[in-house]
Design a protein around this ligand. Structure first.
Ligand SMILES: Nc1ncnc2c1ncn2[C@@H]1O[C@H](COP(=O)(O)OP(=O)(O)O)[C@@H](O)[C@H]1O
Ligand SMILES: [Mg+2]
Length: 292
């Protein structure tokens, strides 16, 4: 669904340049639900914005659903944004109109169909996010979590193949966050929707198969769910009341195409290096890094 290869994004303002993505490599399969984590400023939102067609990459390759986002013409990009991707942000105000009802809000971005079709689809979507009973309430009468679910319904209005969520549970309580994740999981199961979630939420990141960590605009590591736990996650209804288990995922460092690797700071610190050179040697099936 997504193929990013050596992706670079430079923001140019009057007198400075910010290197937001510095050669990011990342692939996301069709039908996958995955999370992206990383410190503030590491390039997570920049990456989502590129994938969502909200901004253009500066260099590298970016394909989404087989389409080349690097060379796409502006008019095709408009179409792409409408039909291929849906977006959910932490801040609902960006998506929603406070003086309209939940139903009217969901109907608003549906462009081409008749009034009755739009209404029918909007009702379906509100049902999918568990908000049928609030359809005639104005946005201002809904809680933060309910508003967020309206935003999810809107993101799905035009039947996207890919849902991009930038900290979707960042400003809601635990119970609402769990509900939102359940909505995502159901959408994935029922519609094979591919979902990419940028998150700080450690509970949420334990509930997906793969978590990619971005550091300084590059992919630094990936956590892959352990097989045993993956089966639990897929086959049973999650009991959210239960304590989340500790060692659900295995962590891997990512080596890029030219052989670069980010060594976790904690490991590097144990070497107590005086300068920037190390010995790298092969031994049996290992590569060993030692202080000279
Ligand atoms: N429109 C912009 N203009 C200039 N710099 C930007 C812009 N958007 C993001 N940046 C910079 O790019 C870097 C990555 O930002 P961002 O992708 O928002 O990080 P994250 O979402 O991981 O917190 C940061 O240094 C940020 O200040
Ligand atoms: Mg961000």
């Amino acid at each position: 669904m997504i193929l990013a290869d050596n992706l670079v994004k430079i923001y140019k303002t009057k007198d400075i340049e910010v290197l937001a993505l510095q050669g990011l490599d990342l692939t996301v399969s069709r039908g996958e639900v995955m999370a992206i984590i990383g410190n503030s400023g590491s390039g997570k939102s920049t990456f989502l914005n590129m994938v969502g067609g909200l901004d253009r990459p500066s260099a590298g390759k970016l394909f989404v659903d087989g389409k080349n986002l690097f060379t796409m013409m502006d008019k095709d990009l408009v179409n792409y944004k409408r039909s291929t991707v849906g977006f959910v942000w932490q801040n609902n105000a960006r998506n929603l109109l406070p003086y309209l009802t939940a139903l009217e809000n969901v109907m608003t971005p549906m462009y081409f169909t008749s009034e009755s079709k739009r209404k029918q689809r909007a009702l379906e979507l509100l049902d999918m996010v568990g908000l049928s009973h609030r359809k005639h309430n104005k946005l201002t009468q809904l809680s933060g979590g309910e508003q967020q679910r309206v935003a999810i319904a809107i993101a799905l209005a035009n039947n996207p193949k890919l849902l991009l969520a930038d900290e979707p549970t960042g400003s809601v309580d635990r119970r609402t966050a769990n509900y939102i994740l359940d909505v995502f999981r159901n959408l994935n199961k029922e519609m094979n929707l591919t979902i990419v979630i940028v998150t700080h939420d450690t509970t949420l990141s334990k509930m997906v198969h793969r978590v990619v960590a971005i550091k300084d605009g590059r992919t630094s590591s990936e956590r892959i769910i352990k097989e045993k736990y993956a089966i639990d996650l897929d086959n049973t209804e999650i009991n959210w009341g239960e304590e989340v288990k500790e060692d659900t995922h295995e962590e891997y460092s990512v080596i890029d195409r030219v052989g670069r690797l980010q060594i976790p700071r904690e490991l590097l610190d144990t070497l107590n290096l005086e300068h920037n050179k190390v010995k790298v040697e092969a031994e049996d099936d290992k590569i060993i890094i030692t202080k000279p």
